[in-house]
Design a protein around this ligand. Structure first.
Ligand code: OOG
Ligand code: MG
Length: 253
């Protein structure tokens, strides 16, 4: 199979926000090939001027694995073009079938990331924040295999960051809420993320290293959602909040 062609199809689907058939319907690809396709499709974005700003982890909680029927950790890449400013209005016509999920974000401080453990991980982090991720699978009906979703850069489409907080603010065992028009839609505990959200960062850094993906000072890592994602509708206010981390929101048109 021609990986460049598949990467182009996925990149076009994202760029023109048009849903496509799952790759796995026609070809069986393995995990390495799926990450290879992700990497090629990201190169197309970089050629258009997008800049890598960090990584996102996926399927780090049971809630997400169960919602999507996929049971392995995945990781994808975030670019500056995906950033939604706090309180910004996004246009749903720019997406296929977007969903939102509450997340915890880490900002790296540029310290050496070698042999990261849960004990040492905090020294590598400048700050933490509540965030919302917008995911928008390029596959019809938001259905995919593990390999499909990896090739599709793990459905990454947007993210909005709350105000950065000191790492002394605990992110362990805190309640995270997703609200639409101020009504609670999903609620989870941060420890649903791999038992402890810091574990997700340890895994992200390990995966980046294994794959030669550099993480510079200021890189952002999304830990993965602790709750299922919610479909977005027009004319809504979507907010996420977590104990001690404050609140973040954006709007839809
Ligand atoms: C894949 C992305 C998963 C998360 O936080 O678990 C993800 C998807 O659900 O489409 O971002
Ligand atoms: Mg996510």
């Amino acid at each position: 199979m021609n990986y460049n062609k598949v990467a182009e199809i996925l990149d076009n689907a994202a760029y023109y926000h048009r849903a496509i058939d799952q790759i796995s319907f026609n070809k069986s690809i393995n995990l390495d090939e799926a990450y290879g396709i992700q990497s090629i499709s990201m190169s197309r974005r970089y050629l258009r001027g997008e800049k890598l700003v960090g990584l996102k982890m996926g399927f780090t909680s049971k809630a997400k694995m169960e919602q999507m029927g996929v049971h392995d950790l995945i990781w994808g890449r975030l670019t500056n073009k995906m950033e939604i400013k706090s309180s910004q209005t996004i246009y749903l016509d720019d997406f296929i079938h977007p969903r939102a999920e509450p997340e915890i974000a880490f900002k790296l401080n540029g310290n050496d990331l070698n042999s990261l453990t849960i004990e040492s991980v905090k020294e590598k982090v400048d700050s933490v924040a509540i965030a919302i991720e917008v995911i928008d699978s390029r596959y019809k009906n938001f259905k995919f295999s593990l390999e499909d979703v990896i090739a599709d850069n793990c459905s990454s489409a947007g993210f909005v960051l709350g105000e950065w907080q000191e790492t002394t603010n605990t992110i362990e065992d805190i309640v995270i809420k997703l609200k639409i028009n101020n009504e609670l839609v999903h609620e989870g505990n941060s420890n649903a993320i791999m038992g402890n959200p810091w574990e997700s960062l340890v895994a992200a850094v390990r995966l980046a290293q294994e794959n030669g993906q550099q993480l510079n000072k200021g890189s952002i890592i999304l830990a993965g959602a602790a709750t299922p994602a919610a479909y977005l509708k027009k004319d809504c206010t979507i907010s996420a909040e977590a104990e001690g981390l404050g609140e973040v929101m954006f709007k839809t048109k």
